[in-house]
Design a protein around this ligand. Structure first.
Ligand SMILES: Nc1ncnc2c1ncn2[C@@H]1O[C@H](COP(=O)(O)OP(=O)(O)OP(=O)(O)O)[C@@H](O)[C@H]1O
Ligand SMILES: [Mg+2]
Length: 425
């Protein structure tokens, strides 16, 4: 039902799968029964499989026994640790629900039908679409995987010849740690359910053996990071109007997430996760760290601290308390990058200037100084009034008290009204 495993050691207990919550429990069970295959339906990583005991931290504490039937169980004496595993749509969703349970998220937060609209690709499909994942197809690389450009038929989504059909971006996750799999699951869960013109479209996924891949719409201009910083401060600059359009689009995406029936904390807002199409329409990507917001009167959810240096809110870094307002802080940082043309963090800058927020914050409050931080290459296109309005908005986003930060809706309204109509004389 859940997983197909291949073990490198003799194991006779594959008539059933025993799911336990901890290694200790697994070890005890193993000693007692002398049956040493203890599996989790959620494939985590090699790190969670020690010897012939596999367990999952994300399991609820209760011991469950689930019969494993049909072709899904397998034992083969290969040399690899475990190689046989595949997930279809329903088991992906089950896995996500299991993993959120352990993350103190209420069960009422779960979605069930999100993955219905996604195409399940085979590994061979994606291999063909990228010409065997050859290096010429690589369009980017992040901490959790390499991104390839591939082609599929627009209607059938079967792989097509390079240059023919529809281009797609294929992310192949590195699965050295458990994080890769978790990110893959979260991405499918959230992007499978959330559809908006300012969120990148997830087309499908692949889970075969140890491979985890995601297939997205191809964003021809790549990331904001590539564009905004590619020429240093000397080369041609991204036009001011484009920067403001991108800010507005990103705010729309964020307002959509925060305004959803079950508000979603994006947690990874940064220039490399804002992707651009041919018209510089901006879309948020990478939902691997996303999380549902708090319920009821709670102000935050507690979670492990993950994110990117320079963008993460200080209270989140200090306490692990995550809220919608953590995203607002990150949005303030991105807006500051757009205004200044400088990276959120850059070790190559002189001491005191490495972290953009710390360096620039004093300039934001002073109308006379505010033009000094605007990227010199685009200054002629920016009025003091506009720069100051933006500076005030950034300042609010970066407020040390999360409650004092504006909402995404407020940011959206402010940005939309940045160019006030000239009053008639
Ligand atoms: N859908 C897409 N279309 C076009 N290019 C993409 C797409 N998705 C990702 N890329 C490119 O691949 C790069 C790597 O993306 P990825 O999300 O793996 O890492 P990152 O966001 O740069 O960093 P990290 O995820 O490690 O924080 C992006 O910066 C972008 O240039
Ligand atoms: Mg990314």
């Amino acid at each position: 039902m859940y997983a197909k495993w291949t073990f490198p050691f003799p194991c006779r207990s594959l008539g059933r799968v025993i799911i336990l919550s901890s290694l200790q429990q697994a070890a005890d069970r193993c000693k007692k029964t002398a049956l040493c295959c203890i599996l989790s339906p959620i494939f985590e990583s090699a790190a969670e499989c020690m010897g012939n005991i596999c367990w999952s931290e994300s399991r609820p504490p209760a011991v469950k026994e689930i019969p494993l039937t049909g072709t899904t169980s397998s034992y083969a004496g290969t040399s690899s640790k475990f190689t046989g595993f595949s997930q279809d749509r329903s088991s992906v969703e089950q896995s996500f629900n299991d993993s959120v349970q352990s993350d103190s998220v209420s069960s009422s937060h779960r979605l069930n039908d999100n993955v219905e609209s996604l195409k399940v690709f085979s590994y061979n499909d994606l291999k063909a679409a990228t010409r065997s994942f050859r290096s010429q197809s690589v369009i980017g690389e992040g901490g959790f995987g390499v991104v390839f450009k591939g082609y599929v038929d627009e209607n059938t989504l079967v792989p097509s010849r390079p240059g023919k059909g529809m281009p797609v971006a294929i992310k192949k996750l590195k699965l050295e740690g458990m994080q890769g799999h978790k990110e893959w699951l979260a991405e499918i869960h959230y992007l499978g359910a959330l559809h908006h013109q300012n969120l990148v479209k997830l087309i499908g996924f692949c889970a075969e053996d140890r491979n985890r891949l995601l297939v997205y719409e191809y964003m021809i201009r790549g990331s904001l990071e590539n564009h905004l910083f590619q020429n240093g401060r000397q080369g041609p600059a991204m036009p001011w109007e484009t920067r403001m359009k991108i800010a507005l689009d990103a705010a729309e995406g964020l307002a959509f997430l925060h305004g959803a029936q079950k508000p979603v904390i994006y947690r990874d807002l940064k220039a490399s996760n804002i992707l651009l199409d041919s018209q510089y329409n901006a879309k948020l990507s990478d939902f691997g760290l996303a999380k549902y917001g708090p319920l009821g009167d709670d102000t935050h959810v507690s979670t492990r601290i993950m994110g990117t240096y320079g963008y993460a809110a200080p209270e989140y870094l200090a306490t692990g308390h995550l809220s919608l307002k953590s995203d607002i802080y990150s949005f303030g940082v991105v807006l500051l990058e757009l205004i200044t043309g400088l990276r959120a963090a850059d070790k190559k800058r002189p001491p005191g200037q490495e972290k953009l927020v710390d360096w620039v914050k004093p300039f934001l409050k002073d109308k006379k100084k505010v033009m000094q931080i605007v990227d010199a290459r685009v200054q002629t296109y920016v009025s003091i009034k506009e720069a100051y309005k933006l500076a005030q908005l950034v300042n609010g986003c970066l407020d040390e008290f999360p409650k004092s930060r504006p909402t995404a809706k407020h940011i959206l309204e402010t940005l939309a009204n940045l160019h006030e109509p000239v009053e008639a004389v």
